[in-house]
Design a protein around this ligand. Structure first.
Ligand code: NDP
Ligand code: OXD
Length: 316
């Protein structure tokens, strides 16, 4: 049973039913789904996904906020969120999901699945030229916990891997680029672009026509490939369609969109060279994530520092 001296948790989510999160958090903590008024003094922690605006603003004893996802833009979107540590998800299970997604999409494009699907529909028996992975450069925007793991997995399959980050980073076997000066050289050396950036004021809209035009276009590849599993507002949906139609891009896999769910009227749904998944690249599984949150709360109460705390000035 939860003891009263343990901090009380506000579980504040929109868009899905938090029953399983509540059950698991309740094994160690008292959990509420709504504060008892805007200045409820009994709340010590908030576990949130797209919490309602102003919900956390006045909680006088809030000590830390735990994001249900790796991204924290859903928290930072509310400018009134109090200045307490915000903890983002870093978990083997989530990382594994994302690595699988990235490897799946890279291999699918690399092995020309869209071409074979088209051939099958027309009963065409034709073997196109094949390249091996070591002839292809995958560029990963964002070398955080997810980008690094994806880079290592792709590298182990033989792909050449480039990575781009805000600050200089070293990743074994990966050619790294950083900052504004590193962006164009990174793009110029990339055949398949994988976006695993957080959404911040500095990254919003970064995947636009101008950026896509800088991707390498080599003879025989038929254009570059874009895979975005970061956030939808990193990209300009219309610019991606234009880059596909202009031949800059050959194909795209999009897991995230400017507006989610993707509106039924979007031309993306019917585009023959875009593969759509519904923001499902890496799901947050409470069975794996709640134990990590509970361990962190207990450690914090013993006076130990929280892990994976967001740098508010950087926005991630
Ligand atoms: P991290 O916070 O660990 O890493 C972020 C990376 O992005 C870092 O390498 C950072 O650079 C880089 N970065 C941030 N801002 C800039 C910038 N302005 N210019 C260049 N590089 C920048 O994030 P994660 O790897 O854990 O997650 C990445 C994102 O993936 C999440 O924020 C979320 O939006 C998305 N995501 C999507 C999911 C899905 O299902 N589609 C599931 C989970 C996450 P530096 O190394 O210098 O700090
Ligand atoms: C996340 C997500 O940020 O699922 O973890 O989008």
């Amino acid at each position: 049973m939860p003891t009263l001296d343990k901090g009380r948790v506000l579980l504040a989510v929109t868009g899905f039913h938090p029953q399983r999160w509540r059950e698991l958090l309740s094994t160690e903590r008292e959990v509420v789904l709504e504060p008892n008024g805007p200045a409820d003094p009994s709340i010590d922690y908030a576990v949130v996904w797209k919490q309602k605006p102003n919900l956390l603003t006045k909680l006088p004893n809030l000590r830390a906020i735990f994001s249900i996802g790796a991204g924290v833009d859903h928290i930072m979107a509310d400018k009134t969120v109090p200045d307490v540590p915000i903890v983002k998800v870093v978990a083997d299970n989530l990382t594994q999901h994302m690595v699988e997604f990235v490897v799946w999409r890279v291999l699918d494009h690399h092995r020309q699945a869209m071409l074979y699907e088209g051939q099958q529909k027309k009963k065409v028996w034709h073997e196109p030229p094949q390249r091996t992975a070591n002839d292809i450069s995958v560029g990963i925007m964002g070398l955080g916990s997810l980008g690094r793991a994806a880079a290592l997995a792709l590298s182990s399959l033989g792909f050449r891997v480039n990575g781009w980050s805000r600050r200089e980073q070293q990743v074994a076997g990966v050619s790294t680029f950083s900052g504004n000066n590193g962006l164009v050289p990174f793009l110029n050396a990339t055949d398949i672009l994988v976006v695993l950036l957080p959404l911040t004021p500095a990254t919003q809209g970064i995947v636009n026509y101008g950026l896509l035009k800088e991707l390498r276009r080599r003879n025989g590849l038929g254009g570059a490939v874009l895979i975005n599993a970061g956030r939808g507002r990193l990209q300009k949906d219309a610019d991606i369609v234009r880059a596909l139609d202009d031949g800059i891009l050959k194909e795209a896999s999009l897991d995230v969109f400017e507006v989610e769910p993707l509106p039924k009227t979007s031309p993306i749904w019917n585009h023959p060279r875009i593969f759509v998944t519904p923001h499902a690249a890496a799901t947050s599984d409470p069975n794996h994530l709640v134990p990590i949150m509970l361990r962190q709360m207990a450690a914090f109460e013993r006076g130990e520092p929280l892990d994976n705390v967001v740098d508010r000035s950087a926005g991630y």
